[in-house]
Write a protein that binds this ligand. Structure first.
Ligand code: PDD
Length: 287
């Protein structure tokens, strides 16, 4: 069955789905995106993802491509056409097509909307949760508007590649004062030496992850206290547990950073406890 993508009003096989050479996403990374998990035929936390999309669009003064009910209709149709029970959808909005010029095109230029979906294997994810993942640290070399989910991801791609080259799966950014910001495509959490669950405040230096917000709901249901404060690379290396969160991974344990084992070198109990309750607490939208 060929994968089907939605592109500017049409549902097309991937092989035929293409954007114009002067799309501003292609030339200037002038666009934003969302990635959202689908589990057991249900979209996870759709409202929050679409709220963040609205925020990203308004921060960059990009027009909304369509109303929210229409957008969620198209998203669900893409998921249905690709028969995704477990997987992800990817949604991207750019400022549209215009003759190349750094200055924004006229306000009536239609934005470009692309939505695709893919199936993932729950067994592969379960295996990563069982064995844990390795990470490296590296200096945070990104711009200071990482709160906007833009498609300008070259530093993130370079960071993930650097991790891969060292046999790791994630790169964790550290700012100039030695404080952890976030992963190349994840938020970072630790269980500190006193057993307290800690994550960086989202006001500065990171993307406010939807999974991060969802985990806050889970911890309050479970009665687990979360401290939102900055923590250093050194504190992370001596933490009892480290885990990373994103719509693609929910809650992956990190068992080794820069070659040093974290805690006892095995996935921790906190990550597992939170992950187990995540889907019960999250908003679910039937495809
Ligand atoms: N990335 N920080 C960054 C830099 C991210 O790119 C992401 C998500 C997150 C976690 O956000 P959320 O919980 O809303 O997925 C944090 C997506 C999954 C990606 O680029 O594929």
């Amino acid at each position: 069955m060929p994968r089907i993508a939605y592109i500017n009003g049409r549902y097309l096989p991937h092989s035929e789905a293409a954007v114009h050479i002067e799309d501003r996403g292609y030339q200037f990374a002038d666009g934003v995106y969302e990635v959202c998990e689908i589990r057991h035929g249900m979209i996870v936390d759709l409202t929050r993802h679409l709220d963040r999309l609205d925020r990203s669009l308004s921060e960059l003064a990009i027009r909304r491509p369509m109303s929210r009910p229409a957008l969620s209709q198209v998203i669900r149709e893409v998921c249905r056409r690709n028969r995704v029970k477990n997987g992800l959808f990817y949604l991207q909005v750019t400022r549209g097509v215009a003759r190349r010029d750094h200055v924004y095109p006229s306000a009536d230029t239609p934005p470009s909307l692309v939505i695709s979906a893919k199936i993932t294997d729950p067994a592969v994810i379960a295996k990563k949760n069982e064995t844990g993942m390795k990470a490296i640290t590296m200096p945070d070399n990104r711009w200071d508007r990482v709160d906007i989910k833009t498609v300008g991801l070259l530093p993130n791609a370079m960071a993930r590649q650097a991790a891969k080259d060292k046999g790791a799966q994630e790169a964790i950014y550290v700012d100039a004062s030695g404080m952890v910001t976030e992963g190349a495509a994840t938020n970072v959490w630790i269980v500190d030496k006193d057993g307290v669950l800690v994550t960086r405040p989202a006001e500065r230096g990171i993307l406010r992850g939807i999974t991060r917000t969802g985990l806050m709901d889970v911890t309050s249901e479970l009665g687990v206290k979360v401290e939102e404060r900055e923590f250093s690379r050194d504190e992370m290396l001596s933490a009892r547990e480290v885990f990373i969160t994103a719509a693609t991974s929910i809650c992956f344990p990190i068992v080794e950073i820069d070659g040093q084992p974290i805690g006892n070198g095995h996935p921790g109990a906190m990550a597992e406890r939170i992950r187990t309750s995540f889907f019960d607490v999250a908003e679910k939208t039937v495809i």
